[in-house]
Ligand binder design. Sequence first.
Ligand SMILES: NC(=O)c1ccc[n+]([C@@H]2O[C@H](COP(=O)([O-])OP(=O)(O)OC[C@H]3O[C@@H](n4cnc5c(N)ncnc54)[C@H](O)[C@@H]3O)[C@@H](O)[C@H]2O)c1
Ligand SMILES: [Zn+2]
Ligand SMILES: [Zn+2]
Length: 361
Amino acid sequence: MPQHVQGVIAPGRNEPVRVETIVIPDPGPGEAVVKIQACGVCHTDLHYKQGAINDEFPFLLGHEAAGIVESVGEGVTDVTPGDFVILNWRAVCGACRACERGRPWYCFDTHNAKQRMTLLDGTELSPALGIGAFAEKTLVAAGQCTKVDPAVAPEVAGLLGCGVMAGIGAAINTGNVGRGDTVAVIGCGGVGDAAIVGSRLAGAAKIIAVDIDDRKLETARTMGATHTVNSRSTDPVEAIRELTGGFGADVVIEAVGRPETYKQAFYARDLAGTVVLVGVPTPEMQLELPLLDVFGRGGALKSSWYGDCLPSRDFPMLVDLHQQGRIDLAAFVTETIGLGDVEKAFARMHEGDVLRSVVVL
Ligand SMILES: NC(=O)c1ccc[n+]([C@@H]2O[C@H](COP(=O)([O-])OP(=O)(O)OC[C@H]3O[C@@H](n4cnc5c(N)ncnc54)[C@H](O)[C@@H]3O)[C@@H](O)[C@H]2O)c1
Ligand SMILES: [Zn+2]
Ligand SMILES: [Zn+2]
């Protein structure tokens, strides 16, 4: 029997989000219905609402979630009802050209549920990142459910489903930050701060946090930044060079997603250094750089999707590190809210008041 539950819909470009009744089909082959316990508000949800990702409205927002598997469809053996899981947007297919080359973290054909969730009138919903978890329940591909230690709080675990994983992974997987490296992180929201946590975990010697908001810089320090730069008042490229013996950082992580901050990252890194773009740009943005500088400065210009993570490898490991007190993921939860508060949470995100608002059900 299809179920009726409450979920947060983005009805059209820039229209306020609202809570509506949605219809969840029973899980088909390879699918699972998950009872959501917590779901963080990520900047990418705001991008969806603004129409900056695509035009497939209405969206069922929310994609940074943890919950309990309620039911599974035919052929599902990896998870069973009652399992505590983090939802991932990288259920690797095992058969695409990336998977076949042994690089499943780039999987180009990740699995989502085949059936669609709908509104009561039958309108099909587009779940954000194939998840849609600002809802009491959601339908996903079983491979999107990653089992972790149920002792961790759901509002903490869920964060690994997107922003925190994207940030930590940008540092440890994509940027390959190592012991003794100097790192700069531009943009210290949830994702940038997670990159700071990842850099510290990897043994970076210096971690320079850059933001335009002093409150964000204060938090970045508590996350492990050794230095902070307010780029509204100080040229960040010069400041980062000064803090690194005049050279620039070994790895610069861009967690804003704008051409001007990308340029800062490009010029703030040492020769042969690495830029990691984790911030998501919008379609109209263009980047112009002297090709001679791209060549002459060498190194690597990389983009990081989901921190190049493998959920099955990385989620349980990071939950364990959190449970042991070696990283503090609870520090990312600024507030817990209800399903009806997502629009307000977007406003608070826009004002820079929060690292993560987390919907708790
Ligand atoms: N690549 C991925 O897999 C992935 C995953 C999740 C999120 N993201 C993206 O990462 C970005 C950050 O997400 P978030 O949830 O941390 O957002 P957020 O809004 O919480 O944080 C953004 C931060 O950037 C700062 N900022 C804004 N303009 C700036 C500028 N010009 N210079 C310096 N700092 C500036 C803000 O003050 C804020 O602290 C977004 O673009 C989001 O879509 C990417
Ligand atoms: Zn694949
Ligand atoms: Zn996200």
